[in-house]
Design a protein around this ligand. Sequence first.
Ligand SMILES: Cc1ncc(COP(=O)(O)O)c(C=O)c1O
Length: 376
Amino acid sequence: MSNIKFVDPLITEKEKGHLKRAFNSGWLSYGPYVEKFEKKLSDTLGAKFGISVNNGTSAILLILMSLNLKKGDEIIVPSFCYISPVHMIKLMGLKPIPVDIRLDNLQIDTDQIANKVNKKTKAILLIHNYGSICNYEKIIKIAKKKNIFVIEDTSEVILSKRYDDYVGNGKKFNKEKYLSYASFHASKTMITGEGGMILTNSKKICLKLKILRNHGQKINKPYYYNMTGGNFRLSNLLASIGYSQILRSKKIIKKKTEINSIYEKKLANNKNFTLMKDPNNFLPVRWGFPILFKKQKDKNKIMKILNNKSTLCRPGFYSLNQLKHLNIYKNKISKKNDFKNAEIATKNVLVLPMNNKLNNPELNLICSKIKNYFKT
Ligand SMILES: Cc1ncc(COP(=O)(O)O)c(C=O)c1O
């Protein structure tokens, strides 16, 4: 296999130009690009306020710090997801309550959420896997009925649209009970290297997050602190890269849409694996392109073929109940057979690259390697 990489960020003259400008300005920590980036991203996605942070993990930690939660409070999460938000829930002394996923889209099964909600449930954390989303209508209903927070992790789905709304702008949710955030790690759709952003439509929440992000220091009152916070700030240098990425967002969307269409067309209707089934009126901008194989043996062999020169594809996540240190069964809500689909996904998911440097011959090569495996 040629040297195609899963993580291969495209850095253009635009990013280099803005980074140089930020560097030459002398503003290396906080600086004008931070607010420019926050405003440009929140305006582009259609949310009122953006609060930049130093990575996606800090984003969810800061959000959890801002919600006035008590030790032992519960947060609903998908049982199959990237670990970072789940670890932040644990570090805060809260309980992650996993809900199984659907196999047709690898997202949280919204039909199973209501069963797991009780007096201690404070939020549903929607960690959207691989650039798709779950049943929003159902989430809106549950959150309203139970009066709990909805937090969307859009790290793997940013720039995707549903009914003309960018995912994560929160327009359909109660603004005092909703937040979204994303990571801009080098593997993501939008990058700053390390970095993240929280979006909210509530001025009150925005202000609190900005105070917590800066050690809890009262706005315009140096060295006076009225909350316990930390340093979660994004540097001016990295914000300048993020800013230029938004200026290029239309191109990023176009390229990712093309890659997605090629995979969907070339890999359609194969009895040995299935692709994601997206909701109606959804325009995906995927972080990675997942395939769910029927047999684990096939996934393992194909992964070996594709990864023989470089890390071209990745396996799926472990189901949270399989990560012993999380002690999922101690929560009294989860039972042994609750995570059947997540366990299947763990065995049988393989994720193909979606980076913006991929060209047609490379995509054709990847798809033909997969299809040819089943012909021999
Ligand atoms: C869904 C999701 N959430 C959170 C993170 C954590 O972000 P970061 O690596 O910027 O801390 C990532 C990826 O890294 C992710 O994919």
